[in-house]
Design a protein around this ligand. Structure first.
Ligand code: 5AD
Ligand code: SF4
Length: 454
């Protein structure tokens, strides 16, 4: 009998979302998820420390539970993820109402940690980072929610040490999961009704390189594509330096692999890229994009960008703007540089003033907003393949899903059709600020086709 309630708040990237699902599954026999922290017996805050702002949010969020803990001391409050790893014991010193601190590799020890706390042996701080860490196989349990899409971590950690980045220090060295674990986990998801899977890792395209006898990432994609009942495959994040010809060809050839690549460029200036330790130049990045577009015409590209990296001059920044115009990304995620503990660039002396960073970020937004809108408008009048995720959260009479190129589509369809989980064609009529809008045309596959249908 599950009597207790758990509330999880997840900050940061998709890897954290995945880890939160694992933690839910780990304590799933005892705890039922709840929507508000005030009703919970266990509160977990899964944190991100990739940028300074993200970390600050964590402290203010966890700080709010001080009065709750004073009223109900039996509530267990835990901080997990990257800030937990980075700060360790400092968290329980700064926030004494916290009972539990688990780094990303230690989230699997949640049941054992809870047991210790129950026996009065808290607070528990687990932040050990192992070089050869292998995450155990814990399929998510969706409590009958039947999601249409899901994510699967295929590797943990990062070996790249980009000079601005804290990830290698908080998530540890790169470790790939065994291919058979990954395949089993995806098969299990498909049996629960999942049709689209996103393979996750800090640097997915270097999957398997460090392990003997493992497939390459392109080979893994082809293995995943064999799974019956799975319709779509996505993956993120790819590093430009590891984008092989074989991977590009696999995207082109495997029908299930969607035509979208998230390929963080970070800067358009080769000089800045070298100081970032990215391992490619502007020209090399552009050459890979050109080759990719040759092999996969119409592929959507998205990217991450940092403005105001130490030493970034006005002319470096102009190169970032011209790169945006040349590549024409479908969407970008742009950030002002912030110093991170342990990351090498925090010691670079030529820091860019805050107001210059803000102005550059604004300019980047302005340029990209136009390009994104132009790309969205090019969909008008076209027929798009959409995997229907269900009713829109804000307008339940409207259905929502994504194109293969990862654009959100909201559309209307006859009420009597049960379209959640179906692959449909939608005629695109309008391009809004955040999504495309259209009308249902026809069903391509499903729903309810069962796991064997392909
Ligand atoms: N400052 C600003 N942005 C950063 N990112 C990573 N580290 C920093 C930092 N110190 C951005 C990068 C990365 C994304 C997840 O966050 O663009 O791709
Ligand atoms: Fe950070 Fe670079 Fe690794 Fe990405 S590739 S996680 S930016 S060190």
């Amino acid at each position: 009998m599950r009597e207790k309630r758990i509330f999880i708040k997840t900050f940061g990237c998709q890897m954290n979302e995945y880890d939160s699902e694992r933690m839910l599954a780990l304590v799933g026999e005892e705890y039922v998820p709840c929507e508000v922290p005030e009703e919970a017996d266990l509160i977990l805050v899964n944190t991100c420390s990739v940028r300074r702002k993200a970390e600050e949010k964590v402290y203010s969020f966890v700080g709010r539970f001080k009065s709750l803990k004073a009223k109900r001391p039996e509530v267990v409050i835990g901080v997990t993820g990257c800030v937990a790893q980075q700060e360790g014991e400092r968290i329980v010193k700064r926030l004494p109402h916290v009972d539990l601190v688990l780094g990303p590799q230690n989230i699997y020890r949640l049941p054992e940690a809870l047991e210790k706390i129950r026996r009065g042996r808290g607070p528990v701080v687990l932040t050990e980072l192992k070089k050869d860490f292998k995450p155990p196989l814990i399929p998510a349990t969706y409590d009958g929610a039947r999601p249409v899409k899901a994510q699967v971590t295929i590797m943990q950690g990062c070996d790249n040490f980009c000079s601005y980045c804290v990830v290698p220090y908080v998530r540890g060295r790169e470790v790939s999961r065994p291919p058979e674990d990954i395949l089993r986990e995806i098969e299990c998801l498909v049996q629960q009704g999942v049709r689209e899977v996103t393979l996750l890792g800090q640097n997915v395209n270097s999957y398997g390189q460090k392990e003997k006898g493992y497939p390459t990432f392109a080979e893994l994609l082809r293995m995943v594509a064999q799974i019956k009942g799975l319709w779509r495959i996505r993956f993120t994040t790819s590093h430009p330096k590891d984008l092989s010809e074989d991977l590009m060809r696999t995207i082109a050839e495997e029908e299930k692999v969607c035509e979208h690549l998230h390929l963080p460029v970070q800067s358009g200036s080769s000089r800045v890229l070298a100081r970032m330790n990215r391992g490619y130049t502007r020209e090399e990045y552009l050459a890979r994009v050109a080759r990719l577009r040759e092999l996969v015409p119409g592929i959507a590209l998205t990217t991450d960008l940092i403005v105001g990296f130490p030493g970034e001059t006005e002319s470096d920044f102009q190169e970032t703007l011209t790169l945006l115009e040349e590549v024409r990304f479908d969407e970008i995620f742009s950030f002002k540089y912030s110093d991170r503990p342990l990351a090498r660039a925090r010691k670079f002396e030529d820091k860019v003033p805050e107001e210059v960073k803000a102005a550059r970020l604004w300019k980047v937004h302005e340029v990209q907003a136009r390009i994104t809108q132009e790309i969205r408008e090019s969909y008008i009048g076209r027929k798009a393949e959409v995997l229907v995720e269900g009713p829109s959260e804000t307008r339940p009479e409207v259905l929502t899903g994504r194109t293969r190129t990862n654009h959100v589509v909201n559309f209307t369809a006859p009420k009597e059709l049960e379209l959640k989980g179906a692959l449909v064609y939608v005629l695109i009529k309008e391009a809004g600020k955040h999504s495309l809008r259209g009308e249902f045309l026809e069903i391509l596959k499903g729903p309810g086709g069962g796991p064997d249908e392909d």
